[in-house]
Design a protein around this ligand. Structure first.
Ligand SMILES: O=C(O)CCC(=O)C(=O)O
Ligand SMILES: [Mn+2]
Length: 198
């Protein structure tokens, strides 16, 4: 799979979308493997002195030196699982980019979500390239410009097996989120491959 891609044309962003980076069978296999085998963690964040559960489960995986600070969390990478390493290599070949770590999110149902943010942590450097692979339930991914008030937000329904490559100034000029939904939806796993500089 991975053949045809489309540009998502937004100002100050570089977005490429592969609707079927993985076929249905490969997506289902990888989803089931990750759901059953990864050491999913419930992280907590502290905002204004109050501690909250992160509204999803997470795994930070990567090369040993790929340490990451995320919303005040210091994450030490778990070693690569064979299945994640294999798909990382497929994505690297397709995008001509190198990645050394991945943040994996499990959205158990429609109540799990990811608030507005940019993947612009200093350890990702300038114009970070982030490759986002989705598996399982389709969920709505939204983007909004950080500075241009005339730019309304943009939505993409990320389907199972899809890959969204975000590069250029996307992370500096736009925020993204994954909204909650009241519709009954099954679990979804999202993997965002990143290059962490040490
Ligand atoms: O689940 C998604 O599609 C987005 C995940 C995300 O933005 C992140 O983990 O930084
Ligand atoms: Mn993100």
């Amino acid at each position: 799979m991975s053949s045809s891609s489309e540009r998502i044309d937004l100002p100050d962003a570089h977005l490429t979308y592969w609707r079927q980076f993985l076929g249905a069978a490969a997506s289902e296999r990888l989803f089931a493997d990750l759901l059953a085998t990864l050491a999913w963690r419930q992280e907590h964040i502290t905002l204004f002195g109050k501690t909250h559960k992160v509204p999803r489960l997470q795994v930070w995986m990567g090369d040993p030196q790929a340490r990451y600070q995320y919303s005040g969390l210091a994450l030490l990478p778990q070693p690569w699982s064979p299945a994640v390493m294999a798909v990382k290599q497929e994505i690297e070949r397709c995008c001509c980019q190198r990645f050394n770590a991945v943040l994996i999110n499990l959205y158990r149902d429609g109540r799990d979500s990811n608030g507005w943010h940019s993947d612009d942590e200093p350890e990702l450097g300038k114009n970070p390239v982030v490759a986002s692979l989705s598996l399982g339930a389709t969920r709505r991914f939204r983007l909004r410009h950080k500075y241009r008030k005339d730019e309304v937000s943009h939505s993409v329904d990320l389907t199972s097996g899809s890959l969204l490559l975000m590069g250029g100034t996307t992370q500096h000029c736009w925020q993204h989120c994954l909204t909650k939904t009241a519709k009954p939806v099954g679990p979804r796993i999202n993997l965002t491959f990143r290059l962490v500089r040490s």
